[in-house]
Design a protein around this ligand. Sequence first.
Ligand SMILES: [Zn+2]
Length: 87
Amino acid sequence: MDRSKPRRNPYQRGQDLATPDGERQFDELEASSLFCPKCRAAVPVRKRLLLVLPEGERYEYLCAYCSTSVGRKIEEVKNKIQLIQTP
Ligand SMILES: [Zn+2]
């Protein structure tokens, strides 16, 4: 079987491939497995929303086996709520 190679469309602009600034955002990486002190192994984790804060949403990572908290993370909200500070 001769599989046709995935050809790039020369007329399609590579918008998804690279941003004009060359800016890549790796801060959205999800932790897929973390070390659990109880299981003493790298375990798959569940993500749970803990709190919604002005600076972002706080998530907690729980061990999929024993539900021990193995990590926390604050995800910045892109549409930030602007808090108006009254003097
Ligand atoms: Zn565990």
